[in-house]
Design a protein around this ligand. Structure first.
Ligand SMILES: Cc1cc2nc3c(=O)[nH]c(=O)nc-3n(C[C@H](O)[C@H](O)[C@H](O)COP(=O)(O)O)c2cc1C
Ligand SMILES: CC(C)CC(=O)C(=O)O
Length: 378
């Protein structure tokens, strides 16, 4: 099913195809409960990092080359042995049923229609098996390091059994960021929605508005092991042959350690500004990480990517692929699987368009000479 065919299905297509990703944001805003909207859009503390992720992209200047044959622009790429139609993929985000009843099953269908990678959160609201059954493009499974190592071992085994292609360990969340919106809202996951792959015994009770606490933060404190260090990675390695990706690296030092400890890929990420506030924008951290890795493993980026031109900038600065967090949820909320495919197709079309006008007909022809960051402008 292509995005347009998905869009054409009358029962699932109340939204005309938007012209820009921001239109999906507007459509999603109109459909979601205020507390869910705050959970999706919000960040930690002052939310400075949420804004900085976007501001970094606005500082990018493009340096086009001319008289290059751009009659065909190829956005295809290869990542950990898999061919992808687009270097844009979906970042792991929790509880997709919060924004659409079909949850991650619809997200997997949308990603498949677009030929894009989907990284499934450990907090998915559908089972790994149901999501895999709906997928037509590569899936990776994201994990937090649970105190219950038996559950971790079970999850990596189940993921491998149904064809997930990599394990993504998120390393920037030994505890949850202080998200003032969720705390004020006493945010908890609504009735009927659950982390379908986690033992309910590790979940806390729901909270109510007025408690001044986020049930998610309380749950993470209970479930996630904050004592994990580099040397523990070997334990995970022993339990899975799948490639291991570390998500949440922002410095050259940690990038070098990740390579030394056998990571197969790195995601430069500040968790969309939801963990430690005042970290660097991911685009600003990218070159430092790419240089430290020196081509040993692919580097991905997420945080603030809101269209194909943003993706172009990150790819030029050395990212192999970029992941979309909130925009995928906007698409899902706005129009289910068709909305997810629409977001990915639109951003991929924008990327191909920018490649054409910048004289870079394939991703291999993209390098740092294609961009200037404003601070470097002469
Ligand atoms: C609603 C929401 C839930 C998220 N849940 C997870 C999660 O379960 N695991 C994880 O590693 N990152 C999670 N993230 C972070 C994303 O993977 C990603 O790093 C971030 O959203 C990228 O920034 P962007 O939203 O600006 O694209 C979440 C982000 C959002 C917005
Ligand atoms: C359920 C949450 C712990 C998921 C998450 O990582 C986030 O909201 O950023």
């Amino acid at each position: 099913m292509t995005a347009r065919e998905a869009q054409a299905a009358p029962a699932t297509s109340p939204v005309p195809r938007p012209a820009v990703l921001g239109d999906y944001e507007t459509a999603a805003r109109g459909r979601l409960d205020g507390r869910v909207w705050d959970f999706v859009q919000g960040g930690a503390e002052s939310e400075r990092t949420v804004g900085d992720n976007r501001r970094a992209f606005s500082r990018v200047t493009l340096r086009p080359r001319v008289l290059v044959d751009v009659s065909h622009c190829d956005t295809g790429t290869e990542l950990l042995g898999a061919r992808l139609r687009t270097p844009l993929g979906i970042a792991p985000t929790a509880y997709h049923q919060l924004v659409h009843p079909e949850g991650e099953v619809a997200t997997a269908r949308g990603a498949g229609a677009a030929g894009a990678l989907f990284v499934v959160s450990i907090y998915a609201s559908h089972t790994l098996e149901d999501i895999a059954a709906a997928a037509a493009a590569p899936l990776w499974l994201q994990l937090y390091w649970l105190r219950r190592r038996d559950l971790l071992a079970e999850l990596v085994g189940r993921a491998a059994a149904v064809g997930y292609r990599a394990i993504v360990l998120t390393v920037d969340a030994p505890r949850l960021g202080r998200r003032h919106r969720d705390a004020r809202n006493g945010f908890a996951i609504g009735p009927g929605i659950r982390a379908a792959n986690l033992d309910p015994a590790v979940m806390t009770a729901a909270h109510l508005p007025g408690t001044g606490r986020s049930a998610l933060a309380d749950h993470a404190a209970e479930a996630v092991d904050p004592s994990v260090t580099w040397s523990d990675l070997a334990w995970l390695r022993e339990r899975s042959d799948l490639p291991l990706v570390l998500k949440g690296i922002l410095t050259a030092q940690d990038a070098a350690l990740a390579v030394r400890h056998g990571a197969d890929a790195i995601v430069v990420s500040n968790h969309g500004g939801r963990q430690l506030d005042r970290t660097p924008a991911t685009l600003d951290a990218l070159a430092e990480v790419v240089d430290a890795v020196g081509g040993a493993v692919p580097v991905l980026l997420d945080g603030g990517v809101r269209g194909g031109t943003d993706a172009f900038a990150a790819l030029a600065l050395g990212a192999r692929a970029v992941l979309l967090g909130r925009p995928a949820l906007w698409g899902l909320a706005a129009d289910g699987a068709a909305g997810v495919a629409g977001v990915l197709d639109l951003a991929t079309e924008e990327l191909a368009h920018t490649m054409a006008l910048a004289g870079r007909p394939d991703l291999g022809s993209l390098d740092r000479s294609a961009v200037l960051l404003r601070a470097e402008r002469r």
